[in-house]
Design a protein around this ligand. Structure first.
Ligand SMILES: Nc1nc2c(ncn2[C@@H]2O[C@H](COP(=O)(O)OP(=O)(O)O)[C@@H](O)[C@H]2O)c(=O)[nH]1
Ligand SMILES: [Mg+2]
Length: 240
């Protein structure tokens, strides 16, 4: 059932535009889900895997290539957003400051933004800029879902330990963030992530379907994120 909905949904996704400054963003209408994370974390690969479109967002072996905010239209009123990666050492201070400004505007003022998918390489611990991004999102009452990406790079046991550790760390920090294992290569967790993205975009929910443009960030999406936080950790909490 779910599969059918997906099959007829994301294949329509197309590249819309790249913007350098918040003023150039498409009109703030409809619903958007953004992908954030360090350069090379696997954001574009995750976006492609979740949308089922392998070549939608450009992926790269060279960190720091995507400096622009890339918008993809899923349908006339729904978009996926590939945010510029951060944490790339060679970026000049001026560029980094511009990035901070754009992110603050995007996360703080974009009314159609329904949630942020944070992508972090499972082999690295969350860095200061990841924490900053998480803090910005949560301060803006934005639901956040964390993908521990490239899970295929670890054994199953090590991946589950990393998952449990990340959840514990976020809980200890008092952050309502749901977390899952993800791999664009092995496709682990792709369906789970896609279901959440569809839900945020208002594709599944009966009441959202009628009018995706009218659901503010104060409504169901944030509660959903909190619910995910309650639901996910318990089932994943096992040793080894
Ligand atoms: N093994 C593995 N490599 C991945 C995965 N996802 C992305 N990569 C690789 O990591 C690099 C960066 O990916 P990309 O999606 O461009 O990262 P972005 O900079 O965050 O958009 C590329 O070489 C990808 O092929 C994954 O799930 N497994
Ligand atoms: Mg990218």
């Amino acid at each position: 059932m779910q599969k059918q909905v997906i099959g007829t949904f994301f294949p329509e996704a197309t590249f819309l535009l790249s913007v350098d400054t918040p003023e150039q963003m498409p009109p703030d209408r409809g619903a958007e889900v953004a992908f954030a994370g360090r350069s090379n974390a696997g954001k574009s690969s995750a976006l492609n895997a979740i949308s089922g479109r392998r070549m939608l967002a450009r992926t790269s072996k060279t960190p720091g290539r995507t400096r622009l905010i890339n918008f993809f239209a899923v349908d006339p009123s729904r978009r996926l957003v590939d945010l510029p990666g951060y944490g790339y050492a060679k970026v000049p201070v001026s560029v980094r400051e511009r990035w901070q400004e754009s992110m603050a505007v995007f996360l703080g003022h974009r009314r159609c933004l329904r949630g942020v998918v944070m992508v972090a390489d499972i082999r690295q611990s969350l860095g200061p800029l990841d924490w900053q991004m998480l803090t910005w999102c949560l301060d803006a009452r934005m639901p956040v879902h964390l993908l521990l990406s490239k899970s295929d790079k670890l054994s199953h046991g090590a991946a589950v330990r990393a998952l449990v550790a990340a959840r514990r760390m976020l809980e200890d920090a008092g952050m309502a963030v749901s977390v899952q294992l993800f791999s664009a290569s092995s496709r682990e967790g792709v369906d789970e992530a896609r279901a959440l993205v569809l839900d945020w975009l208002g594709v599944d929910g009966r009441e959202n379907k009628k009018n995706p443009g009218n659901k503010g960030r104060e409504s169901g999406a944030y509660k959903q994120s909190r619910k995910n936080l309650r639901d996910f950790p318990r089932s994943g909490r096992r040793s080894g």
